[in-house]
Structures are given as structure tokens and as C-alpha cells.
Design a protein around this ligand. Sequence first.
Ligand SMILES: C[S@@+](CC[C@H](N)C(=O)[O-])C[C@H]1O[C@@H](n2cnc3c(N)ncnc32)[C@H](O)[C@@H]1O
Length: 252
Amino acid sequence: MPRDWDAQTYDRVADPMARWGAAVLDRLPLRGDERVLDAGCGSGRVTEQLADRLPRGRIVALDGSASMVESARGRLARFGDRIEYVVADLGAPLPIEGLVDAVLSTATFHWVPDHDALFANLAAVMAPGAGLVAQCGGFGNIASIQRVLATIGDGWLGAVHFETPEATTERLEAAGFDAIECWLTDEPTRFEPGEPFETYLRTVVLGAHLERLPPNEHDAFVRAVADGVGEPAIDYVRLNIMARRAVSPRRG
Ligand SMILES: C[S@@+](CC[C@H](N)C(=O)[O-])C[C@H]1O[C@@H](n2cnc3c(N)ncnc32)[C@H](O)[C@@H]1O
């Protein structure tokens, strides 16, 4: 299973993801009665925006982190049984009953190591013609942080997967999608200096790095990254994805 996250802190600091998520959600055409999979729902801030647009619909809120799903359950309680909660790995076949009419995913795909498996797993639970609207870290994402990480400790850059639009288009075609559009957007983002920036780095960017270190080394590691970056800013690059589960699978 993917690692667990500090869901409470994530929910508090995830303003950039909630803002980007709102823009991604605007690209998902909805009647209001569909069943939609939120693939990597996190603490549910974007899921909540989605639920407001589905007054007669249902959501499968899926995430690999049990703490994130618990946090989402609390935030989304007012929607009652219109939300199904699933703790599962997007890199493995998804334990979802029936098919969904659409998939939304924000700030998640780059954490999944095998994108061929990811897209095949999504396609397997999507009705023919269902839309996929997603955004994740793309090629060149957080390059200034990666440059600093390369100089610290063993130089591990993290288990992240920042893909190009071209490679993603090919993977989506191979997994049975059509009407594919993929593109990159720069989203440089500034933070309050000091503790707020360090808390953000610790919670959102460096979780996998900190898991490899003893707890008494966490503060120094986070500070070394913050100092190395210099400005309290992150050069985010987002990979945007729009695609449709093909009605008839391609031949040959
Ligand atoms: C940055 S959060 C994004 C959450 C939410 N979509 C948002 O925009 O706020 C990334 C989420 O991806 C989840 N995740 C990472 N790898 C995953 C995997 N292999 N399967 C399922 N979820 C995964 C994490 O647990 C985390 O909740």
C-alpha cells in the first residue's frame, strides 16, 4: 500500500491544491446525477467541491492513505451515503463495485510509480465514454527542490513520477482512452517564510524522504531543503489530462 499521510496538517495547508482543484473541476462536464470516482481524494477538500456539483449523484472517494480517507469522511459527512469511501492503491486493480461515469483526480498521479498500470486500473472501472479529468505534477515539477535534494544525504529525489504530455498521451491510448488532451502549466507558488513554508514542505513534498530518516533528523532535513531553496516558493509545473474511456476499444 502507499504510505500514510498527516491528513490533519495536509487539510490545513493544502490551499494550492484546493485552488488548482477548483480549476480542474471546472473542466469536468456534469449533469449532477453521475457516479464519479475521485482518484486520490486526500482529505476531501476537492471532493467537497465535486459533491456540491452532484446534488443527485454519487462519489467514490478513494485514497491509498487511511488517515486521508478518515479525514475526508469527516469533512464530507453532510453528504451521507452519497459518498463511498475506499482505501486502495491506484497502482493495483481497484476494488470498486460497478462502473463510474467519470474520474476526477488532482495532485495524485505523480505519486503512483507505474502510470501504465494506473491508467489501465482506471479504465477498468469506467463506463464506455466516461471522462477522465485530472491534474498532477508534470515534467519539470519542483525542479528547484529536486536540485537541493540531489545535494543532501544520499541524493534521493523521491518516489515521484513527473511525466510529459507526450508520454502520457501514449499511455492513455494504450490503456483504451481517446479524445486525449495533455498539457503542462507553470504554477509558481509563494508561501509565508519560516514555519509555514517548512510545515508545507514537511507535509506535502518531503513525506517520503522523512519516512526514510529517524524522527530526530526530520527538522534538520526540512530546514536544509528550505534553506537550500532560498525563497519560500515552489516552482510547480502541473500536467493536465483530459481523456475519454473509448466506447469501442482500439483494434491491433
Ligand atoms: C497531494 S494529495 C492530493 C489530495 C487531493 N486530491 C487534493 O487535491 O487535495 C495526494 C494524495 O494521493 C494519495 N496517493 C498517493 N499515492 C497513491 C496511490 N498509489 N494510490 C492511491 N492514493 C495515492 C495520497 O495518499 C494523498 O492523499
